[in-house]
Design a binder for this molecule. Structure first.
Ligand code: GLN
Length: 199
């Protein structure tokens, strides 16, 4: 079974399902523990991390997601999904919890508010060809990475500053930006390879 689930509680899960299907992956929306049980990998979409956290508890999938991550399930988190994968948040609401598993510290809304959303071309280690067009929407940034976490992308030292915006640690991949909205499928291709243990 190489089905990739997309957590479909809130956020832009439809775009991730579309991106995965466009590259031939078997993808399904996940809202329940039974649905997660049919998947060998999971995508955590962009959206609102506090809402996704609350809904995951309400739908009874939160503990299972945590356990599966700890047991090695491949997971890709984009934007809010990156926050949910992070072991620590700086600047979260006081009761905000994450699924965790990825040894990073993230800062929510690190680039400012909605009006400060921006795009930038970013070179991602391990991705061939032209840089990836990265769309940042109230995006988090990675402040610290633990041992075993590879920094695979950062913004240029410019207006947005030199920030870590893409990381990989074993089966876990996270980006501050939203590749699902651009039509460039290379980040999803990278994750499918990780999920299939080809990388
Ligand atoms: N700012 C959002 C959060 O903290 C993330 C934004 C996004 O996913 N586009 O969850």
């Amino acid at each position: 079974n190489d089905t990739i689930g997309v957590l479909a509680l809130q956020g832009d899960f439809r775009e991730h399902l579309q991106a995965l299907r466009a590259i031939g992956a078997d993808a399904m929306a996940v809202r329940t523990a039974a649905e997660l049980g049919r998947c060998q990998a999971l995508v955590l979409p962009g959206g609102e991390s506090t809402t996704i956290d609350k809904l995951a508890r309400a739908f009874g999938v939160r503990d299972l997601i945590r356990e599966r991550i700890a047991a090695g399930m491949p997971v890709y988190g984009s934007c809010a999904g990156m926050i949910l994968l992070a072991d620590r948040i700086e600047g979260g609401t006081s009761d905000q919890e994450t699924f965790g598993g990825l040894d990073i510290v993230v800062r929510r809304n690190a680039f400012g508010r909605q009006v400060d959303s921006f795009e930038e071309d970013i070179d991602i280690a391990g991705i061939e060809g032209p840089p990836v067009r990265a769309v940042f929407i109230r995006a988090p940034a990675v402040l610290e990475v633990g041992q075993g976490v590879d920094v695979i992308g950062r913004t240029a030292a410019g207006a947005a500053g030199d920030r870590i915006v893409a990381v990989r640690s074993g089966n876990l991949l996270a980006t501050s930006f939203h590749p699902e909205v651009t039509g460039d499928r290379r980040i999803h291709e990278l994750f499918v390879k990780i999920a299939r243990k080809e990388l």
